[in-house]
Design a binder for this molecule. Structure first.
Ligand code: GLN
Length: 244
C-alpha cells in the first residue's frame, strides 16, 4: 500500500483536563508525522460525557490529582469497551496520570482510590516524594533504543503478570524509584511517566506507534518510509543521559 492512500483514526481522551506539561505535543507529532507522509488522520477529541467509538489509537495525557479524579470516574464508564479495543489490537499511549488510569487503581494519599480501566496489570500508590527531573530509559524494541523526557509524579507504579516495563531506567526514578524500570507495555498498550512532550524528541517511538495503528486498521504490517529527522535526532541525542 502507498502511504498516500492510508488513514488512521486517533482519539485524544479528555485533553481539556489531562494535558499537563504539553502532553498535547504527542498528538501534534502523531498527526504531523502521518500528514508529512500523506496519511490521513481522523482525530477526535473525547470530552466528559462523550461516547467513544472505535479508533486505531487512543492517547491520554497527565494531570493534577483533581483533574485525574474527574477523568477516572468518566473513563471507568468505558472500561469494558476500551478493554475490547485493547484486545482487538488498538494502540494506547498514556502519560503519567493517564498511564496510572490504565492500571487497576491509583491510591492517592488522601481521598478515595481512583479506579483504573485495567488495560495494564499494574497499580499505583501515592509516594511521599515527588520525582521531578530529566529521564532517559532504554527499550529493547526501538532503534535508537533510548527514550528521553522528564518526570513529575509522586505516584509509585508496580507492574504484575504479563505487563512488562517500557524500558530500563538510565536516568530518573522510573515507575517507583525501586525496581529500576520505567513505564509499561502489554499488547499495544503503552504507559510512561515521560512528559516532554515525549514523541517530538523520540520520533522512532512515534513512527512505531503509527505503524502499529496502521496494522490494526489494515490487518497487515505497514513499514513507514523514513522522514528527515535530522533535527529531532540531534535533539534526542543531546538529551540522552542528561540529568540536569
Ligand atoms: N497526580 C499523579 C502523580 O502525581 C500524576 C501527575 C501527572 O500526571 N504529572 O503521580
Amino acid at each position: 500500500m502507498e502511504e498516500k492512500d492510508l488513514k488512521i483514526s486517533i482519539a485524544h481522551l479528555y485533553p481539556r483536563l489531562l494535558n499537563l506539561y504539553g502532553d498535547m505535543g504527542n498528538i501534534i507529532t502523531l498527526k504531523k508525522r502521518c500528514e508529512w507522509r500523506g496519511i490521513e488522520v481522523d482525530l477526535e477529541e473525547i470530552g466528559m460525557d462523550d461516547s467513544i467509538k472505535e479508533h486505531d489509537l487512543y492517547f491520554i495525557g497527565g494531570g493534577q490529582d483533581k483533574q485525574q479524579q474527574d477523568v477516572a470516574q468518566e473513563l471507568y464508564k468505558h472500561k469494558d469497551f476500551l478493554l475490547s479495543e485493547r484486545d482487538n489490537g488498538s494502540v494506547f499511549l498514556g502519560i503519567c496520570g493517564g498511564y496510572q488510569l490504565f492500571g487497576h487503581y491509583y491510591r492517592p494519599f488522601e481521598g478515595d482510590e481512583l479506579k483504573g480501566i485495567s488495560l495494564l496489570d499494574a497499580y499505583t500508590v501515592a509516594g511521599k516524594k515527588r520525582f521531578i527531573g530529566n529521564v532517559t530509559i532504554e527499550t529493547d524494541f526501538l532503534s535508537p533504543k533510548t527514550l528521553v523526557g522528564f518526570e513529575n509524579h509522586s505516584g509509585l507504579t508496580y507492574l504484575q503478570g504479563d505487563t512488562k516495563p517500557l524500558g530500563k531506567s538510565l536516568v530518573g526514578n522510573g515507575n517507583n524509584g525501586q525496581d529500576g524500570f520505567e513505564g509499561a507495555r502489554y499488547k499495544n498498550v503503552f504507559g510512561t511517566y515521560l512528559h516532554g512532550s515525549l514523541l517530538p524528541k523520540n520520533p522512532q517511538f512515534a513512527d512505531y506507534l503509527i505503524e502499529l495503528a496502521l496494522e490494526k486498521h489494515y490487518g497487515e504490517k505497514v513499514m513507514l518510509k523514513k522522514l528527515d529527522d535530522t533535527f529531532e535526532e540531534k535533539t534526542h541525542s543531546s538529551l540522552v543521559g542528561k540529568a540536569y
